[in-house]
Design a protein around this ligand. Structure first.
Ligand SMILES: Cc1cc2nc3c(=O)[nH]c(=O)nc-3n(C[C@H](O)[C@H](O)[C@H](O)COP(=O)(O)OP(=O)(O)OC[C@H]3O[C@@H](n4cnc5c(N)ncnc54)[C@H](O)[C@@H]3O)c2cc1C
Length: 505
């Protein structure tokens, strides 16, 4: 266990960030690494409680007390091996995970008053930071190398989508000897790691480095291939012994109000990937380039995506003002992006219409405040009379969440069974399309506990199966689906399962 009295001797120290004035001038990561002495001291605060809960807070079942102890003792290589045994990509989760493990750390319940912030300070171990430092150290020392399979099975698996779920599944399945081809419709592999999460949260060289490692292990990546369009699913079914759909959940919630198609109204997922491409050195055709420079911008949505839009807007210099409006009654959670710029954040706001100028450019947003009330177990929204307001705005970014996977192409062609959130009954893609005409419905690809869809040999994992979620869950899904696919192909599997998988095969 760390240092017996570590948590009594040493304060929790949160990671430092680069000064705001400096970091908003570039897209480099804003967090600064701890010095070795400091991160070992932070790890030493782990008291390896009689019954630790932290690993149960982590979907991957990361063995947190074990690697905290090893980091405290300076045994970085051993810590890396343990970390990798449950998580293929700790450098990603060490940067961008909201760290549910820290909420379950026993020390999280040990509050102190932070005199500087004048607020209650929770004292959980800085688990995410320890994880990041282990992974970074592993790469720096050259300990992380390709691990090609020792023998080949001759079985072929096609993975559609190269986000964290597809990548984790590819790595696991390759390491037990299968021939893996990953099909990706974008020009680079990585999914939302590349074309969602901004560079200031996750440097893209880290994504490239992992893709290179997986390639060196023998996985073949075919980018710029949209399955269902550029290659038919029938072709894949003929050529491969199993197929994994890991296509994410990028069917965005739409803003169904007057003026939603005015110039200057953009989906976050049209905006954010462009900036990531620019940072990667690509050129965007000016006729389609979206920029918030010199504009008053309004973000609709208070989650991750909204915060990422905010950080990006701030870096596109010359902005006038930023609003962030959230429909539910909860002000957007403060993030480093909020620290960087003054934002007019409002909760419980319904957008009623957008008004444009004579050239069709958005100019005004008309909204009203709403109250949320419980009615027979359902939350019901009520407009507050007299609370209508108007905001002058030159750009609106829609970051209102995602409903499910794209239906066109793959899902429709395979006629996959879909689940609707909160309901038991399964529906077809056609049913969902009809429902979406009437109201927003959250849906996902339905599978059995073995991750197989209603089509034999066709599996699903990640956001496409779970609904829009987190990196850590996507990695978990990829690893578990890999185990089920290996068992389907070989009759048994030695791939590891995480504790969360107790109800899976
Ligand atoms: C803007 C944004 C920021 C986020 N920030 C965070 C964060 O900070 N922390 C966190 O934990 N989570 C975050 N998330 C959520 C997280 O990124 C996702 O939960 C995770 O990436 C899902 O992984 P996935 O592999 O299932 O799908 P994705 O990452 O979405 O990858 C799916 C891939 O499939 C490809 N694809 C789709 N259809 C086809 C097809 N027909 N043929 C070929 N390829 C196809 C797509 O191009 C994409 O590359 C964020 C999400 C967004 C949108």
């Amino acid at each position: 266990m760390g240092k017996e009295t570590g948590f009594l001797e040493f304060e929790k120290v949160n990671p430092s960030r680069r000064p705001v004035a400096e970091r908003i001038l570039d897209y480099k990561e804003y967090e600064i690494n701890y010095a070795e002495f400091d991160i070992r001291q932070q790890a030493s605060r782990c008291m390896n409680c009689g019954i630790p809960f932290c690993h149960t807070g982590c979907p991957l079942g990361n063995m947190i007390p074990d690697w905290n102890d090893l980091v405290y003792r300076g045994k970085w290589k051993e810590a890396l091996d343990i970390l990798h045994s449950t998580n293929n990509f700790p450098e990603f989760t060490g940067r961008a995970c909201p760290a549910p493990c820290e909420n379950t750390c026993v020390l999280n319940d040990y509050y102190t008053l932070d005199p500087q912030e004048k607020s209650i300070k929770k004292n959980a171990i800085t688990i995410e930071q320890v994880e990041k430092h282990i992974a970074d150290r592993g790469w720096q020392e050259g300990w992380i190398k390709p691990v090609p399979p020792k023998m080949l099975t001759g079985k072929k698996v096609a993975i559609i989508g190269s986000g964290p779920a597809g990548l984790a599944a590819a790595q696991q399945l390759r390491r037990v000897g299968h021939d893996i081809t990953v099909f990706e419709k974008d020009d680079r592999a990585g999914g939302l790691l590349n074309y969602g999460i901004p560079d200031f949260k996750l440097d893209k060289s880290l994504v490239r480095r992992r893709v290179e490692q997986i390639t060196a292990e023998g996985v073949v990546f075919k980018t710029n291939v949209d399955v269902g369009k550029d290659i038919t699913i029938d072709e894949l079914l003929k050529e491969y012994d199993a197929i994994l759909i890991a296509t994410g959940a990028q069917h965005a919630r739409k803003l169904k109000v007057e003026g939603n198609n005015l110039k200057g109204v953009h989906y976050a997922m049209d905006y954010l990937p462009q900036q990531n491409k620019i940072v990667a050195g690509d050129t965007i055709d000016p006729s389609v380039q979206i920029s918030a420079a010199n504009k008053t911008a309004t973000i609709l949505g208070g989650g991750f995506t909204g915060a990422d839009c905010l950080g990006t807007i701030t870096r596109q210099k010359g902005k006038k003002k930023v609003y962030q409006l959230e429909l539910v009654d909860m002000v957007p959670r403060p993030t480093p992006a909020h620290e960087e710029t003054e934002t007019d954040c409002r909760a419980g706001i319904l957008t009623e219409k957008l008004i444009g100028d004579t050239e069709g450019n958005v100019k005004e947003l008309h909204g009203v405040r709403v109250n949320w009330k419980q009615n027979n177990g359902n939350l019901v929204m009520e407009k507050i009379p007299g609370s209508e307001f108007t905001i002058k705005t030159d750009a609106v970014f829609l970051a209102m969440g995602f409903l499910g996977p794209q239906l066109e192409g793959l899902v429709q062609e395979l006629n996959l069974n879909l689940s609707i959130r909160g309901q038991e009954q399964l529906v077809t893609p056609q049913d969902i399309l009809k429902m979406l005409e009437e109201k927003d419905t959250m849906f996902s690809i339905h599978t059995g506990k073995n991750f197989m869809t209603n089509r034999d040999g066709v599996f699903a994992a990640g956001d496409s199966r779970r609904g829009a979620s987190l990196l850590v869950w996507a990695i978990w899904e990829g690893r578990e689906a890999a185990r089920c696919i290996d068992k389907y192909l070989m009759g048994s599997t030695e791939l590891p399962s995480s504790p969360q998988a107790h109800d899976i095969i």
